[in-house]
Design a protein around this ligand. Structure first.
Ligand SMILES: [Zn+2]
Length: 95
């Protein structure tokens, strides 16, 4: 398992720092991965690339270029007519 140090687009789930890693022990894939929450993907098959480095580059590019989430909490709120606000309240639970 190897990891790169190149900065990637932030994680779409937690906003955390992302990287890429190569798993040539279990699955023979490269993938983007969030260092904070562990979200990962897309997976790139190492056998599709001439070198491990090329596969890791492809996985990093795929992580950076994936589509943005279509729905956010604000758009969900606006669909339910509360003006798009999301108020978690002082205790962290939705009001
Ligand atoms: Zn994350």
């Amino acid at each position: 398992m190897t990891k790169d140090t190149e900065a990637r687009v932030a994680c779409p789930f937690c906003g955390g720092e992302a990287s890429t890693e190569v798993d040539d022990e279990d699955f023979d894939v490269a993938r983007g991965i969030c260092k904070d929450c562990g979200a990962c993907g897309p997976f790139v098959d190492l056998s599709d690339y001439p070198t491990t480095a090329a596969a890791r580059d492809a996985a990093g590019t795929a992580w950076d270029s994936r589509a943005a989430p279509a729905t956010t909490l604000d758009t969900i709120g606006s669909q339910f007519g509360n003006g798009g606000g999301f108020d978690p309240g002082a205790d962290g639970e939705a009001a």
